[in-house]
Design a protein around this ligand. Structure first.
Ligand code: DGT
Ligand code: MG
Ligand code: MG
Ligand code: MG
Ligand code: MG
Length: 259
């Protein structure tokens, strides 16, 4: 069939293929979630239902996009790791990024009611996203360690901050008390003033959420009606340390070096 005279416009499209053989990390982050969490009266510092909703959206994305081998989430963000040899959409950046961001966002809206039966969604939330390529396993591990360390630092600070505010301090007073304090000071403050042992705070808040795929056996009937065992991958959620070697040794299927 003859090409239409308009087809030349395709020449204006840019090639945005990501270079081969690199880990692809897609990080999405809630846009203006400071305001969003206020408008929806999220509990401070951690709203269990909001985090569960984020985790469910990530699980759906991970189930749908087979090349995602790992995801890590905390606060209003999620990072998805695609394997090095991934050839999804011929590694076209915009296709991969826009698909993941929109799938996550539509799920957030779609599933809202299942998590907040008593709260109307006040306005449509949105997420931004980026893709970063990491050439080495160590770069990838350092990326994930960075996000988990960020989770820990923020959560420790926010736990102290809101404990102080709930005990009657103003937000400015709480800020002043915490200015310049070390981790050990914050742990001590929680313990001495509020009898809180930071290590007893739920791991989901302290460590964030790690999603991996686990291969499981399941029984089914084959075409002849005979019971057979098949394998399928299901997404499992963990709240564990991913900075140390232990996690990576326990997950050889991720194929990431542990030295
Ligand atoms: P952005 O990402 O530049 O569009 O701006 P924000 O406002 O989303 O800022 P960001 O992503 O740095 O920080 C996340 C905000 O979301 C932060 O203000 C705290 C809020 N947030 C996230 N999870 C929770 C939660 O479980 N409870 C409460 N109260 N707030 C949360
Ligand atoms: Mg942001
Ligand atoms: Mg945000
Ligand atoms: Mg954020
Ligand atoms: Mg189309």
């Amino acid at each position: 069939m003859a090409k239409s005279k308009y087809e030349y416009v395709k020449q204006f499209e840019r090639d945005d293929s990501l270079i081969p053989n690199t880990w692809l990390v897609i990080r999405i982050d809630g846009r203006g979630f400071h305001k969003f969490s206020e408008r929806h009266q999220f509990e401070k510092p951690n709203d269990r239902r909001a985090l569960d909703l984020m985790n469910k959206c990530a699980e759906t994305v991970m189930t749908e996009i087979h090349d995602i081998i790992l995801a890590y989430g905390q606060s209003d963000e999620y990072s998805f790791v695609l394997k090095k040899e991934c050839d999804l959409y011929c590694r076209r950046e915009a296709k991969i990024l826009s698909t993941i961001v929109s799938l996550f966002t539509s799920n957030y809206v779609f599933l809202w009611k299942s998590y907040f039966a008593d709260k109307e969604l006040q306005y449509p939330p949105s997420f931004d996203g980026r893709i970063v390529q990491y050439p080495s396993d160590n770069n990838l591990r350092d990326y994930l360690s960075w996000r988990q360390a960020d989770c820990h630092i923020n959560n420790l600070y926010n736990t102290c901050f809101w404990a102080l505010v709930h005990s009657g301090k103003t937000e400015t007073e709480a800020e002043n008390i915490l200015r310049g304090t070390l981790s050990s000071d914050k742990n001590e403050l929680l313990h001495s003033l509020f009898n809180i042992n930071y290590n007893n705070i739920p791991e989901m808040y302290r460590k964030g959420s790690v999603l991996v795929k686990q291969e499981i056996d399941f029984k089914t009937l084959n075409q002849k009606g005979v019971e057979v065992i098949r394998k399928k991958k299901i997404v499992t959620i963990l709240h564990v340390d991913i900075i140390q070697n232990k996690f990576w040794k326990e997950h050889p299927e991720l194929n990431i070096i542990t030295i």
